[in-house]
Design a protein around this ligand. Structure first.
Ligand SMILES: Nc1ncnc2c1ncn2[C@@H]1O[C@H](COP(=O)(O)OP(=O)(O)OP(=O)(O)O)[C@@H](O)[C@H]1O
Ligand SMILES: [Mg+2]
Length: 251
């Protein structure tokens, strides 16, 4: 059982003339099988939380622990899908997908790995584009590739920064179902930043609502509806209203 703890985390960024306080006193605990959706206004520090957990930056104060050990630096056990798809431009779609397996000297011709790679390419609608390079892809295709490239590594902690933001509504719902299936099958711990409240509720076992900068946790909500969730149910609508009110967009 993996456990992620953020304990009174603060983060400030020093500029040339001033200091931006991005996060103020963030604490939460997350376990395997939990899906945490993070919502909040632009600039409230959502990406900063994920980058701290990824180990790309260090907190100004407070602690981040994975299984009781401080997080120091990056590690493939904490897989990040960035807000802007970060693909390798000199590799094809398929080579981007299998890059880390090749780095880790995993046999990419192994049947189980091959089958999963094929299934993911299919789900992401990238099968016919497997030999294309990133510059030949649309924004949505690039985002889908960035997502399945992290999926195939089965990280302990899955960090998703608006990974579905550039997708059309139908592909987006398919990818949401794919994430859901993956979490249910492998019991991953997932954290996802999204601006889409329906998406936050559809996927989340928990939703954290943040305040404007400096970002604090305004509410940490348990979402207990059974999966798969019905977007039009009255309970779903009720949760959506509650979150909109917390974001000051209530009626
Ligand atoms: N490396 C950095 N140097 C200086 N300031 C930074 C840095 N990274 C983030 N910030 C600042 O910290 C604040 C939070 O940024 P962050 O990217 O976490 O916001 P966000 O909630 O993800 O916003 P969005 O929804 O627009 O993606 C912003 O004011 C941003 O300008
Ligand atoms: Mg962001």
């Amino acid at each position: 059982m993996n456990i992620l703890e953020l304990l009174h985390v603060h983060k400030s960024f020093a500029g040339a003339h001033d200091v931006t306080q991005a996060l103020y006193d963030i604490s939460f605990t997350l376990r395997d099988g939990e899906f945490l959706s993070i919502v909040g206004p632009s600039g409230c520090g959502k990406s900063t939380i994920l980058r701290l957990i990824a180990g790309l930056i260090v907190p100004t104060a407070g602690k981040l622990l994975l299984n009781g050990e401080p997080i120091t630096g990056t590690n493939p056990e904490r897989g990040m899908v960035f807000q802007r798809a970060a693909l390798f431009p000199w590799l094809t779609v398929e080579q981007n997908l299998t890059f880390s397996a090749r780095m880790m000297k995993r046999n990419i011709n192994d049947k189980e790995y091959r089958d999963e790679a094929e299934r993911l390419l299919e789900t992401a609608g990238l099968k016919e584009f497997r030999n294309d390079f990133p510059y030949q892809l649309s924004g949505g295709m690039a985002q889908r590739l960035a997502l399945i490239r992290t999926m195939i590594n089965h990280p302990k902690v899955f960090l998703l920064d608006e990974p579905l933001g550039a997708l059309d509504a139908f592909t987006r719902m398919n990818m949401q179902d794919e994430l859901l299936k993956m979490r249910q099958r492998f019991n991953h711990m997932m954290l996802m930043v999204t601006h889409d409240i329906d998406e936050a509720i559809y996927l989340g076992t928990r939703v954290i609502v943040m305040t404007p900068r400096p970002g604090r946790i305004r509410a940490d909500l348990n979402i207990n509806m059974p999966f798969p969730r019905v977007r039009t149910s009255s309970e779903f609508m009720q949760r959506r209203r509650e979150i909109l009110e917390l974001l000051d967009f209530g009626a």
